[in-house]
Design a protein around this ligand. Structure first.
Ligand SMILES: *Cc1c(COP(=O)(O)O)cnc(C)c1O
Length: 332
């Protein structure tokens, strides 16, 4: 199986903002775009994206998970980056039509079709460091993906970083390439120095998230995760897992957690930690690394509740459990 995100469907849907208007959607080859070397995005990082998935059910039907939430966040990212605002209806149609075109290529579970809307500022002006791009390109890429856990769900090792930051605090809610660029150096250093898989960013002791996933702690019947504020990315998976946890009768606590509370709690037997995101749904965390010491979370193995919640979400996505919250949109 090819690495996640390296295979693309041959065509993509695209629209351009120019002279104050969006063009009609067209479907073009997905192997290239043409932009000026002075394009705003290449110099001043006016770029944002989304990640959502389409699933194939046993009856052959194809369904997209919570598309409205991703389009809303895409619009929010665009606004915060001062990119042209778009018509959510047009983007929804772009996604639906493209997924319909490639319905036969949507992998069966545990695979899926990963959908990557992308929006970049294209105005050719290197003089606009402190001004927004007046033109942009918005396109939808499709990438079929396999089982994220083909090699088994090995619990992750997370470095707790209290001094660094994933991104500038006012950029936290924006799903933008710049934030990933900002986190890359520290993450590579953590991999190299303490063999961590990821950094859990905890500026001044405030437990936030990793480079690309939200963090949740499970203590018995309680699920604890940072409450929404503008410092981190509001994951659709996070929100969905919290809803399912409530459905299962769990207590959901959305509040700040400090590093000391985290380390104290995670020493208790039965405590679990996990990362949430569209690509992997929920990934168990087995170890924290903090000030050169290692802390095993609960048993150090994938937690029972983590796996139960992951299954509950997958079952809805895969059409094996009732979609009580109307999260799926039927493509065909
Ligand atoms: C995309 C992303 C997430 C996860 O969001 P989902 O909507 O659950 O996929 C979490 N944190 C960051 C920084 C992200 O970019």
């Amino acid at each position: 199986m090819a690495a996640f995100g390296t295979v693309f469907m041959p065509q993509m849907a695209i629209t351009k903002f120019e002279n104050g208007n969006w063009t009609d959607t067209t479907t073009v080859s997905s192997d290239s775009i043409s932009i000026h070397p002075g394009a705003h995005v290449l110099h001043y990082s006016s770029t944002c994206f989304e990640g959502l998935k389409a699933f194939k059910h046993d009856d052959g039907g194809v369904y997209i998970f919570r598309m409205d939430q991703n389009i809303k966040r895409f619009q929010q990212s665009s606004e915060l980056l001062k990119l042209p605002s778009f018509d959510p209806q047009q983007v929804e149609e772009m996604i639906l039509e493209l997924v319909k075109q490639y319905a036969d290529e949507v992998p069966a579970p545990p695979g899926s079709m990963y959908i990557r809307p992308t929006h970049v500022g294209t105005e050719a002006s290197i003089g606009k460091a402190a001004n927004p791009s007046l033109s942009s390109l918005l396109y939808i890429l499709l990438s079929p993906v396999g089982d994220y856990f083909a090699g088994g769900a090995k619990p992750l090792r997370l470095l707790l970083d209290e001094t660094g930051m994933r991104c500038a605090p006012h950029m936290g809610m924006i799903k933008s390439g710049g934030n990933y660029a900002s986190a890359l150096g520290p993450i590579l250093a953590a991999k190299d120095e303490v063999q961590a898989d990821q950094i859990l960013f905890c500026p001044n002791g405030d437990v936030q998230e990793t480079g690309a996933a939200n963090f949740i702690l499970i203590d018995g019947n309680e699920i604890i995760t940072k409450g929404l504020d503008s410092s981190f990315l509001h994951g659709v998976t996070r929100a969905s897992i919290l809803t399912l946890a409530k459905d299962l009768g769990m207590t959901v606590s959305e509040r700040d957690i400090t590093v000391s509370e985290l380390l104290e709690r995670s020493a208790k037997p039965g405590v679990e930690a996990a990362l949430s995101g569209t690509a992997a749904v929920l990934t168990p965390v087995g170890t924290f690394i903090h000030n050169d010491k290692e802390y095993t979370v609960g048993s150090g193995q994938a937690g029972e509740t983590t796996m139960k919640l992951r299954q509950a979400l997958n079952d809805i996505q895969w059409g094996k459990a009732e979609d009580k919250h109307n999260w799926l949109v039927k493509v065909l």
